[in-house]
Ligand binder design. Sequence first.
Ligand SMILES: *Cc1c(COP(=O)(O)O)cnc(C)c1O
Length: 961
Amino acid sequence: MTEFLPRHIGTWGSDRQAMLAKVGVASLDELTDIALPHGLTRSATEGLPEAASEQQVLARLTELSEKNTVRTSMIGQGYYDTVTPAAIRRNILENPSWYTAYTPYQPEISQGRLEMLVNFQTVVSELTGMDIAGSSMLDEATAVAEAMLLANRVVKKRSTVLISPDVFDATRAVVQTRARAVDINLVESDFSEIDDTVAAIIIQYPGASGHLPELAELEEVTARAHEAGALVIVAADLLALTILASPGSWGADIVAGNSQRFGVPMAGGGPHAGFLAVKDAHKRQLPGRLVGVSKDADGSVAYRLALQTREQHIRREKATSNICTAQVLLAVTAAAYAVYHGPDGLKRIAETVHEHTVDLAKKLGSVGVPVNTTSFFDTIELEIPGGADRARRNLLAANITAWKVDESTIRLSCDETTTSDVIDEVVAALEDCGTQADMTGIDAGYPVSLTRDDDYLTHPTFHRYRTETLLMRYLKTLADKDYALDRGMIPLGSCTMKLNSAIEMSPITWPGFAKIHPFAPEADRVGYLELIDELESWLASATGYDAVSLQPNAGSQGELAGLLAIRKYHIARGEEDRRICLIPASAHGTNAASAVLAGFSVAVVATAPDGSVDLNDLDKKIEEAGDRIGAIMITYPSTHGIYEDSVGKVCAKVRDAGGQVYIDGANLNALVGVAAPGEFGGDVSHLNLHKTFAIPHGGGGPGVGPVAARSHLVPFLPSHPFTENKVTGSESAKRPGHGAVSQAPYGSAGILPISYAYILLMGGEGLRMATQSAVLAANYVAARLDKILPVLYRGPGGLVGHECIIDLRPLREETGITVDDVAKRLVDYGFHAPTMSFPVPGTLMIEPTESEDLGEIDRLCSALEKIHDEARSVSEGRWPADDNPLVNAPHTAASALVGEWNHSYSREEAVYPGVSDDALSDPAKLGTAVASKYWPPVRRVDGPYGDRNLACSCPPIDAYV
Ligand SMILES: *Cc1c(COP(=O)(O)O)cnc(C)c1O
């Protein structure tokens, strides 16, 4: 055994024995032998590496990062070098208080990241000139695609969308994939004609070529689009908007883009926070998460996710999008960059970038290189007849990369890191490409009409933290408000909040990974490509599939990619009518939403009383669908956390009817090393590297959602326009073109070293033990709590998988205490609540993972037992139903200190519920409890109030008074 395994897994020796005894099995192997249905198990670790030591893993990753070549990137096309202030890198990107947090569904313990997301929304809405912005999209290309779908929902009965030829190629590719799937007719157009079949037009600002038109032109196109009843979608560059007229000011309805160049490294393509902002009229149609300002039980300002009823977890196939995991950590980083620089600093950066570009254009002109773009922000296009390759070679010799458009055209983009020296090197490198006489004196810049003249980011938050000391303290204050894995366990079912070890995290900010442009020449990305090939093959081995694509940048996108593969497979076989997708009632909300986005219609299959798929209803739905059945989408282990016995039968029935089987592999932490979806019936699956494979949740993203498939579907996995011609890639991306689902060929490549390190540190055997330890922990919790809080579903041998659902409905019947009360009371006990009311209302789903130790697991069980007793105290009349520590939870320090205490329970019971009477009366003993106490910054947050009074940017300061 290497030294890492006992660091990653939390239960060993006598603790493990005690847990096995409580569950009633003799060993980990016996546990999974009983829990898994016969015929499902595998012990193969074939194809997975032997565990390596921490030093060996670091050495291997160093070697890979050194195989990538860091150069001065002038490629642009949506990705720009930027300076991540060290204070932000260290205090956010490298700080577990930020990166190990979960999505802020429990607002009382998430005020810090919610505040930073409101800052992000403020930056985006003010710079774009829109009324309201969401709290992040997956990347720019998918954000534009979501904008198109939004427009299509708003402008009914029209199915044509016009797109400018001057948008990024990768954006066009993703938008095309998404349009085709739902029968939107995407047409490239110069907008000279906009008729009443058009739902929206898509403009890039500045254009992919760098070009900026006169304001009047933009206003004219916008006016004509509106006249025809179409919406105007603008893909915009956030940095450019600090000096250019906002799209809102010239009439845009929706603005999408990427915040990458606000301090987030290029990272081989991601992760970065895309953004989407809309006019007020469309706010309820906004896809993804939106943070709103509300108030808590004491009337204090409190943030929480707004308008959640629009989201996929409630609206399922009628949702505004399938986006679940977004890009919170990167949105937080970009917001901190804006807070640190403030509007003046941002403007200065933008002006400097622009001045360098002007300088570059003029100097190239003076040596006779024809510059196509004379009206621009940061990008110019050069015309060198037949000389694009030669120009790129010359630049490469000077350690500079450029973007080749065709044999005679290249583009150069300046960024925050561009210096005068770089400009001089470019000019020297391109001197022999000059074809014209000296063009000194060309008029270069952007039209005066486009100069931005309104104020933005006037809120004090963007003016207060100019010194590093102040910024550091602001970030610390925010992080202290939140509950992340650095405080205690986060037992969220279906989320797998396991250890994200420091060693796995360390490579992601190394320049050899962070400073690589996704479209850099293949020779400069050799390390990435090797890492990607190896990781893909390990994941294929772990899942029993033939191939894996790492392009999807969240689970939801993996679902979409997998379902699109199924649809294309049917179409290729002349069976395009196979467009019905069966989905069990208990499925994760993303499933139904993804199916719709892939062009399927959804038929729901009922759940049997034991929680499994109702086989009779399945027969009925298969018969009703007839030869229109396209697929079934099941989760394994099911979202009830059990290994259903009937999975083989379910797969066979659908396969016999001509459908394909999609197995949602987000719960792979119950399978790695013990069973493989590719072997027990799946045709295609996605997995979530941010759950099973140790990528941290980042407070709600980033994620990676690879899609894995059997050989007949492999030709239909995602491709990318640049992997076939301009930017060749690893084997996986050299497939025939079936459409891109992410802007970058390998999605969020920059965080793949985390999963790579995890697999290599654990080795095949270690991964198997992690699975078994996770299953043991869940079964231990089930065995301990069942007597008082019944476990709702059980599989073979009466066992559960890696998580268990405890039923709080009987407790509510008996005591009136709700699942919300229990979840909020857990905060007083120092816990993040388990998953609430999913997939069954009135229940909690607990997933302890393999990383928690027995002490922490017992602490959770004890807290739930005590809360159960407290609820009894209510039903027994010791506390009134409307004034007890449960309905009033959580308790802030202020609520315990300020004013008279006239509750039916004591202050101590309110804020130190887990602490013994003995300790409460002894200052020396209480000291320990006081020191480790988590204090929620707000009391219970009023969600409906915030939805009725929707406000999604920084609240005025007097709101806090
Ligand atoms: C987490 C999860 C998803 C969605 O993954 P995201 O990365 O959040 O998009 C889908 N299905 C199941 C069962 C999940 O647990």
